[in-house]
Ligand binder design. Structure first.
Ligand SMILES: Cc1cc2nc3c(=O)[nH]c(=O)nc-3n(C[C@H](O)[C@H](O)[C@H](O)COP(=O)(O)O)c2cc1C
Length: 431
């Protein structure tokens, strides 16, 4: 019961910034239409998306990415199917989103096909555009339990999870009640509460796509066999991170191995996204050209730099027209960067509450690089405990270092939202 109450409280807080789609977009996105809603096939190519990152791509960061970048698709952090099907607040936290974040894919992990079946119902009922199954997490706790990249060693279980997830989606779309899928009433209440609070009272019953994100192999590269095996489960798309499980994040991502699996998956009608070590728009163009993938996911390079997705259209144009990437601008002015930091912190507070502000610090320190006094500002950022504190701190920095900065004008927290590409042109305001 305590779980349920805190989940509902979290959902309530999230609604502070919940915007109706009508406010954000006058035209409904067409992937929301119809009983079969495979948005993947309607995205422009090459696809450029935000990779899932546990503890990083939370709802507040995704909101900032959606407002100040322009990725084609956004993934949530991974969410454990047990936690989701038991109504754990952490799971519902991870699956908060606003309409601006569409198309948005919920990533799930676990090792139980039955739980994936139920979790698929919940994700559908929350209105997501797709489900991604994590078969790539190398962390000991996840992989040794047979989840994440651990599934590379149990291909039958991996296929069974794919089939259960798909069946869950089909049964939901066919009208099955959540209770008939064995989902407890307390969890059904969380779903309804979340949808109501986020302005999504009517979730249509549609068949959403299933994708997989994985690695090249467990301890050796075996992507061609693993890809062929996964293709038997008919995922709509597979994202391949160019490393094995045992490599963790060491060495360079192997894009040749990603390229080699593309023809195998394409022959079976499966889209392929490549992932790993894309640090700049130029890297993106080169990797897409050389590997034959349908697109890429960018992870760490977006952390502290949501503006990287402002180059999505240029990357696409360079790939399609086989030209060089032109006019790639660096980071925005320092004042604009500071404005975005405050805006990010405000979204975080409104979505998750000030008590958890310490989780925001890892983002703040990432934003503080490449200018005089960045190191000392990072140290200060590790101590701030509210968006307001942070705003005053940044304002002091701008004033005291005005000689170094071209644009050190005073900025006020209520003047936020003006930097970069703001898709909605909206400013978060305190309710
Ligand atoms: C802090 C952190 C958390 C991550 N969490 C997830 C996750 O929840 N799900 C997932 O599929 N991959 C996760 N990843 C892997 C990234 O999505 C991505 O595959 C990897 O970082 C390589 O891409 P990059 O070089 O663009 O960062 C995580 C990576 C990092 C650094």
């Amino acid at each position: 019961m305590q779980h349920l109450n805190s989940t509902l409280e979290m959902v309530r807080r999230c609604h502070v910034f919940g915007n109706s789609r009508a406010e954000l977009n006058s035209k409904e996105p067409d992937w929301l239409d119809g009983p079969t809603a495979n948005f993947w096939h309607r995205l422009p190519r090459p696809i450029i998306g935000l990779s899932p990152m546990d503890g990083i791509t939370d709802a507040a960061f995704r909101e900032i990415i959606a407002r100040h970048g322009c990725p084609d698709v956004i993934f949530t952090e991974f969410t454990h199917v047990h936690e989701l099907t038991e109504g754990h607040p952490r799971a519902f936290d991870a699956l908060c989103y606003t309409e601006l974040q569409r198309p948005i894919v919920a990533q799930l992990y676990g090792n139980s096909p039955e739980r994936f079946y139920q979790a698929a119902h919940i994700v559908c009922a929350l209105g997501f555009d797709g489900i991604d199954i994590n078969m790539g997490c190398p962390s000991k706790t996840v992989a040794s339990a047979g989840s994440g990249a651990g599934l590379i060693r149990t291909p039958e279980l991996a296929l069974s999870i794919l089939a259960s997830t798909r069946q869950g989606i089909l049964d939901w779309a066919a009208g099955q009640a959540l209770s008939a899928a064995g989902i407890p009433q307390s969890v059904v209440d969380c779903i309804h509460f979340s949808n109501a609070k986020w302005g999504r009272p009517d979730i249509s019953r549609r068949i959403i796509p299933v994708s997989v994100k994985t690695r090249l192999g467990y301890d050796t590269i075996m992507m061609q066999e693993w890809g062929a095996c996964l293709s038997q489960g008919n995922p709509d798309l597979i994202t391949v991170h160019g490393r094995t499980l045992t490599q963790l994040y060491r060495g360079e991502a192997n894009w040749e191995a990603i390229a080699q699996v593309c023809p195998i998956l394409h022959a079976r009608g499966i889209l392929v996204l490549g992932n790993g070590d894309i640090r700049s728009p130029r890297d993106a163009v080169r990797r897409i050209r050389e590997s034959g993938v349908d697109g890429i996911l960018i992870g760490r390079a977006a952390w502290g730099n949501p503006w990287i997705f402002q180059h999505t259209a240029q990357i696409r144009q360079a790939v399609i027209q086989e030209t060089d990437l032109r006019d790639v601008q660096g980071l925005p002015s320092l004042t604009d960067r500071f404005r975005l930091m405050v805006e990010h912190a405000q979204w975080f507070e409104h979505m998750f509450g000030q008590k958890r502000f310490f989780c925001m610090r890892k983002h703040l320190t990432r934003y503080c690089t490449g200018f005089p006094s960045a190191a000392s500002l990072r140290a200060s950022m590790n101590r701030v405990s509210s968006a307001k504190d942070m705003h005053y701190l940044l304002d002091d920095v701008l004033k005291s270092h005005s000689a170094h900065f071209d644009d050190a004008a005073f900025f006020h927290p209520n003047q936020l939202g003006g930097c970069g590409t703001n898709r909605a042109g909206m400013t978060p305001t305190h309710s």
